[in-house]
Design a protein around this ligand. Structure first.
Ligand SMILES: Cc1cc2nc3c(=O)[nH]c(=O)nc-3n(C[C@H](O)[C@H](O)[C@H](O)COP(=O)(O)OP(=O)(O)OC[C@H]3O[C@@H](n4cnc5c(N)ncnc54)[C@H](O)[C@@H]3O)c2cc1C
Length: 597
């Protein structure tokens, strides 16, 4: 197969919120920028974001970035890096107002300001009472945001390669990143995108689980590509289960529903969150609400004939409020649960939603790895932003609306870093290694030429079942141990996948097979990192690390206040310190404390 070569200043993989925000920075600076995307940009998963984007604008209730920073550090169960968190919370107002100026159609308050609603874990005055911090466009915030960013990129002449799937990262003999290989879905052609800078913005990998709010395209491609290229993956044991997926379907019901006053009830009609989180109740952070729901179900207080879900009740809200603020939710509920929420409560269960870990980056969007005794040494030419990256602002648990903010802040800062590094001459076009496309071509050839191998669909199902059973909302020592063996076994099988019907090799079948290679890396990293972390923290809660006086909530800061790094080579783990020091010398660190809501 011949391999065409294209050369750019920068190549960005991913056209969701993070990729588009980064691209805008580059194109507006006049750099020749290519954006590769598996789907049309405005179909990226960001389009599905419902509830809003966090910023302490204080339009409805008093607010400031110090409170936002405190909530984010506490939400992360102190695993988030405080320099990056300070950076994100301080930048929030600026990037949201910028978006407003790009034409984002936010909802408005009566006096014309951006409408804001309360969200889980966001509070006034260091945890005292809920605050309205989520800037929203009804329950279609991501949709509005993605369209505003896409249009702005069209204006800036960003060059899009739509329905192209990036296959592998290219590193030279120094380990520097010099581009990617990619397959065009229409023609099956493989190309090399040679660039001074490569930015990954490939989104999440929620499809490693059976039950997920994520789109089918969320297959962790960037994370898998980075792992295959020898980059360690950070904090992959931490996955967020969103409390309110539609029971049976998994489709998301935004937390904004509880922000607007929705209440969770068990079979007895009781508002059970009052028992688990007396202050913030239904608006406690997501890990806390999800575990409370599973506890209610496990203790026999679930609803329905199988007692396998709880109810989300908004029947006390006026139909006008529901139609104005939550129209999409009403549609989802009618379509997927057969329930009109104006008249009856929605059946919900916790569902896999968000990956807190990912490719390690600093607050500038540079990918960083341990090197020569330095825990965070930048990899030349490589940047990442959005859900595929771990900055780390979400630590062990992300607060709702902080992801859309993460895309804007770190998409922009990754873009700024690239512009700076190219314009200052720090980055130049390095030669491609002679074997730049070999690994990708070998994978494609295996899929088509191997016989007697495994079916992609069956191996994928085995992976999803294994992850769901062994690494769910609650984690058990024995299940995790068995899970490691099971997932390594599935990974072995994935090396022998092939496209079964050789007479009809569609590029979509190729794509599914190549995506599975990436999902498997994410699944292995998750299980191995989770088995090794012998404490409970944030979304990672183990039966053998319970809440005790010595270890509040099961968290063990003496041994485990550190980031996990998983290396694909040798299936090896390493750790690096959490940055407890904020970015600015005059900002006080948020001191360790027990997390209660
Ligand atoms: C249903 C739902 C609702 C949510 N609601 C909210 C909310 O209200 N507020 C909030 O803060 N967060 C929310 N989140 C989380 C948030 O939306 C996501 O974390 C965020 O949108 C991810 O953005 P991204 O730019 O990193 O990736 P995505 O938007 O997922 O985009 C990934 C891009 O990468 C491309 N891509 C991937 N792999 C390849 C490849 N191999 N080659 C080429 N292109 C590739 C895709 O085509 C796509 O363009 C929600 C998530 C879901 C699933």
């Amino acid at each position: 197969m011949t391999v065409a070569k294209r050369t750019f200043d920068a190549v960005i993989v991913g056209a969701g919120g993070a990729g588009l925000r980064a691209a805008l920075q580059l194109s507006e600076a006049g750099l020749k920028t290519a954006v590769l995307t598996k789907v049309f940009p405005t179909r990226s998963h960001t389009v599905a974001a419902q509830g809003g984007v966090a910023a302490s604008l204080g339009n409805s209730t008093e607010d400031n970035w110090h409170w936002h920073m405190y909530d984010t550090v506490k939400g992360s169960d102190w695993l988030g890096d405080q320099d990056a968190i300070e950076f994100m919370c301080r930048k929030a107002n600026e990037v949201v107002v910028e978006l407003e100026h790009y034409g984002m159609p936010f909802d408005r308050t009566d006096n014309g300001k951006i409408y804001q609603r309360p969200f889980g874990g966001h509070s006034q005055n260091y945890g005292q009472s809920p605050v309205s911090r989520s800037c929203a466009a009804a329950d279609r915030t991501g949709h509005a945001m993605l369209h505003a960013l896409y249009q702005r990129n069209v204006r800036a002449n960003t060059q899009f390669f739509v329905e192209w799937i990036a296959l592998d990262l290219i590193r030279d003999q120094d380990g520097d990143v010099v581009g990617v290989t990619a397959l065009e879905l229409e023609t099956g052609e493989v190309s090399i995108f040679h660039a001074k800078a490569t930015i990954f913005a490939t989104g999440g990998a929620g499809r490693i689980f059976h039950s997920s709010t994520n789109a089918f395209i969320n297959t962790g491609d960037g994370v898998g590509m980075a792992a295959r290229a020898g980059i360690p993956l950070e904090d992959m044991e931490f996955w967020q289960f969103h409390p309110t997926g539609v029971a049976g379907a998994g489709v998301l019901i935004t937390e904004g529903v509880r922000g607007e006053g929705g209440i969770l009830r068990n079979a007895a009609g009781e508002r059970f969150m009052e028992r688990y989180a007396p202050n913030l109740k239904d608006l406690a952070s997501r890990d806390v609400v999800s575990r409370s729901m599973v506890t209610e179900i496990n203790e026999g207080r679930g609803c329905g004939p199988d007692k396998d879900h709880v109810l989300l009740d908004i029947t006390h809200l006026s139909p006008e409020t529901i139609m104005k603020r939550l129209p999409g939710i009403r549609e989802i509920s009618i379509q997927f649960a057969g329930v009109d929420p104006i008249k009856a409560p929605i059946p919900v269960v916790p569902t896999c939603h968000y990956q807190m870990g990912g490719i390690p980056t600093n607050y500038k969007g540079q990918v960083v790895v341990p090197k020569d005794g330095e825990p965070n040494a930048p990899v030349v030419g490589f940047y990442a932003a959005g859900e595929c990256a771990c900055a780390s602002v979400h630590g062990a648990n992300r607060l709702g609306t902080n992801s859309l903010l993460d895309l804007l802040v770190f998409g922009k800062s990754a873009g700024e870093s690239v512009v700076e590094d190219i314009q200052s001459g720090n980055l130049s076009l390095k030669p491609l290694p002679a074997d730049a496309a070999d690994a990708s071509l070998a994978r494609i050839s295996r899929l088509e030429n191997q016989t007697g191998g495994e079916s992609v669909a069956e191996v994928g199902n085995a992976m999803r079942r294994t992850m769901q059973k062994h690494a769910g909302v609650f984690r058990f020592n024995t299940l995790l141990k068995e899970g490691v063996t099971a997932i390594l076994d599935v990974a072995e099988r994935s090396k022998r996948t092939e496209i079964k019907d050789k007479s009809k090799v569609w590029n979509t079948a190729r794509m599914e097979a190549l995506e599975l290679d990436n999902l498997i890396e994410v699944a292995k990293a998750t299980m191995v990192s989770a088995e090794a972390r012998k404490e409970s923290r944030g979304a990672h809660v183990r039966d053998d690390a319970p809440d005790t006086a010595e270890f509040p909530n099961g968290r063990n800061d003496n041994e485990w206040l550190k980031h996990t790094l998983w290396y694909r080579e040798g299936n090896r783990l390493d750790y690096k310190p959490v940055t407890m020091k904020p970015l600015s010398h005059d900002v006080e660190p948020i001191a360790l404390a027990k997390r209660t809501y």
